[in-house]
Design a protein around this ligand. Sequence first.
Ligand SMILES: [Zn+2]
Length: 318
Amino acid sequence: MSDSNNKVVCKACGKEFETERQLHAHIKVHSLRVVEYYQKYYPRHDLHDGKIIKYKNKEQYFSTDFNSKTNLRMWLKNSEESEAKKYCKNLLADRKDKKNLKYSPTQVEMRTVMTPPMQYYDELFNGYYSFCESLGFENKYQKVSEITTGKEYEKTQYSIHVDTREQMPLNFDNYKTEIKTLSVGDYTFSEPKLTCNCYIERKSLADFISTLSVKNFERFEREIERARDMNANLIILVEDTLTNALSFKYLPHISKKIKVTPEYIFHNVRYLIQKHPHIQFLFVNGRQESKRVIQKIFFSGCVYKKIDLQYAYDQKIL
Ligand SMILES: [Zn+2]
């Protein structure tokens, strides 16, 4: 885009600019919108159907080979295995370099960028985590085939603690809850040793979007840091599917007034996941599922720390 002196050159007239922002302001004189400028002078096409890549932002435009995950899936399906392997390997290796990633991408990270999901990599390379390790990633998690819950959690001295500020507390069937003031999250188990100090923050999709937006982001990250300082593991549990969360612009129950895009929200999510290994994001299908999953996480001890919860949920293990 720019030469070694960091000058940005307008492809339409050759004029030079100090910043990209100045260029973007300038191209109006050619009656071009930013989208049109890049699509005209730097055309990029979907590898599957050959259509021009949709422009959302410059970084996305130059790093995307497909306009949809369906097209990506179709292209991979029609490719030789060696070609698919080469493409998928480069995708992850490039991402690691560009984003300076340390940990093997989680299912939430994989499903929110234009890559195949973890299960595809797992099959293609005969093991997702060993493959990531070969690319230089550090593994936070490992693959498990089941999550078992223990009997000791049924003892009468134990309960689930619910934060006083929790607006719509969940009722756990046949399980005792106590209202307490929690320093982070909304739910925790009364005996922290049994769950490796697990805290769960429950959020509706609208809350989740608001928390990850500009005005609340810093406060949210401070909460995450507070959890780290108290050696807690924090799970941000969203009561809606990841598929819905990715297309919240089209959901009637999410206010149309929300200016922020899913791309922006999930950029922040991915940033937090890589920066804070003691947190996980988990998207489940509604309130009933939240109840079930919270109990399963608490009653299975410290297992949740070693597994990718979204992947386990997608695989119906959680
Ligand atoms: Zn120009």
